[in-house]
Design a binder for this molecule. Structure first.
Ligand code: ZN
Length: 203
């Protein structure tokens, strides 16, 4: 590989990052190579440390460290086992946790139902969730997903599967803007959306 090919390879890797187009990837790559003893070195160090220590929690699928698996949210005895909050990503889990309105357990889906992304009803994550609700006395599942078409499809699929298993299913109340998810609301709105959550299918 020539030097320029190596730079092109870096740009290709960077443009695979979420929300980063090719132009931004180029700008970042050029900035990194111009600052090899500063930013580039720090980034290599941080990436190495993350690769070494950060893991996915074996219970909820959130982010944890190698020596704390299950994560603190799954192993904290003071949390309520009867409530399980289903989120799309670890960052949504962090946002709900930061709101302080929820003291139950979590389950991270790592996506939503989309045949395009291979997250159909046969997806291992969905199977894992359906197994998970039969453990530790889960009584209510709160679907804290977004308000876009794929999230709604995911919610309706999960709601019917969970109800078949005798689980109460609710979703976040008003306040989540249409077409978005929990990442787009402020803490107070999110707190209200959790406290005033609604049954997916009113009795
Ligand atoms: Zn966990």
């Amino acid at each position: 590989m020539t030097e320029i090919e190596q730079l092109a390879a870096l740009i290709r890797v960077l443009s695979r990052l979420p929300a980063l187009g090719r132009r931004s990837a180029e700008r970042i790559a050029l900035r990194l190579v111009r600052d090899r003893d500063g930013l580039l070195k720090d980034l290599i160090q941080a990436l190495g440390a993350v690769r070494e220590t950060i893991r996915e929690c074996s219970l909820c699928g959130g982010i944890t460290t190698r020596d704390r698996n299950p994560c603190p949210l799954c192993s904290d005895q003071r949390r309520d086992d009867s409530h399980l909050c289903v989120v799309e990503s670890p960052s949504d889990q962090m946002i709900i946790e930061r709101s302080g309105a929820y003291r139950g357990r979590y389950f991270v889906l790592h996506g939503k139902l989309s045949p395009r992304e291979g997250l159909g009803p046969d997806n291992p994550r969905i199977r894992r969730l359906l197994e998970r609700v039969t453990q530790r006395g889960v009584q209510e599942v709160i679907l804290a997903l977004g308000m876009d078409v794929e999230s709604e499809a995911t919610m309706s699929f999960l709601a019917s599967e969970l109800e078949k298993r005798g689980i109460r299913v609710s979703h976040l109340a008003y306040g989540i803007p249409a077409g978005s998810g929990v990442a787009y609301v402020d803490d107070l709105t999110l707190k209200r959306a959790i406290v005033w959550r609604q049954p997916v299918r009113p009795e």
